[in-house]
Design a protein around this ligand. Structure first.
Ligand code: FAD
Length: 334
């Protein structure tokens, strides 16, 4: 008689994990690894299998060494070439494609940042596969969860493509720990494509405050602030008293009260801090899409029926021009 021994679920899973090999595309700026992009490593780890990081640019050795220390990375591919310094997708996409083909990766992860959003659809197109965007959970090697319609519906998608090209939402996958790993560093292939796009300049908003996308506390202001002068007078002192980043609603940005880079929401940044404190924001669905995963939401609004109070853990009905300075003073006295 012949006996067939059925592998246990766990055995099957570990056999599968051995076949999975993920590439996490890591961002660098001015020779420094961008820790926000380490959410791609966390997502790759959740999947199981081996995790390789990729960094490219000039003087990249230091960044590669930083990446090699990241917990969960088994191998780092580095490509030394100044054309990749600014992450221009026209240059970067062929680079990724060559390295994906060479190493036969099954999954490629990048953060759902401006860099990832610019790059990954091009990579998917060059490989003739579908891209899966803004993933918030990984169900299995081919099934992923992502919000659509500004978070009003949650979609579970199954991809039959051989290579899965995925961007992940940073608020759903915490950045992998920067220390604790000891990956080997290898040189990747550089296709050295003809450079048709040139970096001219950039105009970056500089701030000494915590970065909005990764801050543990955020203070946001909306149209209720009435003017840029009032916004600047009321919001920064409260943010400083809390050690928080500053955010804004789209109405506040469109009215010129706050810089575009501070917009929170569907067409702005996604944030999930420990504390999200907002004043003069009504709580439109497009704003909630960017902040509703915050651990504690506190809202100040003079309208007790404002929709923001439906999601707020703590609400204060009152005039922000009195309440915010009062709160700021109390915090300063602590
Ligand atoms: P309002 O809705 O005008 O609310 C102002 C609030 O301030 C009111 O609730 C009022 O009671 C309160 N208030 C006024 N005076 C005081 C006072 N003295 N004291 C206390 N409270 C006061 N919005 C975003 O924020 N982010 C996005 O990314 C975004 N993307 C969008 C994408 C699309 C496709 C569309 C169509 C819209 C998008 N919006 C976005 C816009 C969104 O629909 C709202 O218009 C916007 O969020 C409203 O901003 P607000 O809450 O500051 O202003």
């Amino acid at each position: 008689a012949q006996y067939y021994l059925r592998p246990s679920n766990r055995q099957q899973q570990s056999a599968l994990a051995r076949l999975l090999s993920s590439l996490a595309v890591l961002e660098q700026r001015e020779g420094k690894l961008q820790h926000g992009s380490l959410s791609a490593v966390t997502a790759a780890q959740k999947l199981g299998g081996s995790v390789t990081g990729l960094v490219a640019g000039s003087g990249i050795k230091g960044v590669a060494e930083e990446a090699a220390k990241v917990k969960g990375i088994d191998k780092v591919i580095m490509i030394e070439n100044g054309s990749y310094d600014k992450g221009l997708p026209e240059n970067y996409a062929p680079l990724l494609v060559e390295n994906i083909k060479k190493e036969d990766f099954t999954h490629v992860f990048a953060g759902h940042s401006a860099f990832g959003k610019n790059l990954m659809p091009r990579v998917a197109a060059l490989l003739d596969v579908q891209q899966v965007s803004d993933v918030t959970a990984i169900e299995s090697e081919d099934t992923f969860v992502r919000p659509i319609y500004a978070g009003n519906a949650i979609l579970t998608v199954q991809s039959s493509d051989k290579i899965k090209i995925i961007t992940v939402r940073g608020t759903a996958f915490a950045a992998a720990e920067a220390e604790g790993g000891s990956a080997e560093i290898v040189e990747g292939v550089d296709p050295k494509v003809e450079i048709k796009t040139e970096w001219i300049s950039e105009d970056l908003a500089k701030s000494d405050r915590p970065d909005l996308a990764t801050a543990s506390k955020v203070v946001s202001g909306g149209r209720g602030l009435k003017s840029k002068e009032q916004f600047d007078k009321i919001i920064p002192p409260l943010a400083d008293a809390l050690g928080a980043a500053i955010g804004a609603s789209r109405a506040a940005v469109d009215s010129g009260f706050a810089d575009n880079s501070l917009q929170v929401g569907q067409t702005g940044k996604n944030v999930a801090p420990q504390l999200y404190l907002c004043a003069g924001i009504s709580g439109a669905i497009q704003h909630l899409a960017g902040m509703k995963d915050s651990k504690v939401i506190a809202a100040i609004n003079k309208d007790a029926d404002a929709p923001i109070f439906q999601v707020a853990d703590v609400g204060l009905v009152g005039d922000l021009f009195d309440k915010v300075p009062e709160l700021t003073e109390k915090l300063k006295q602590q």
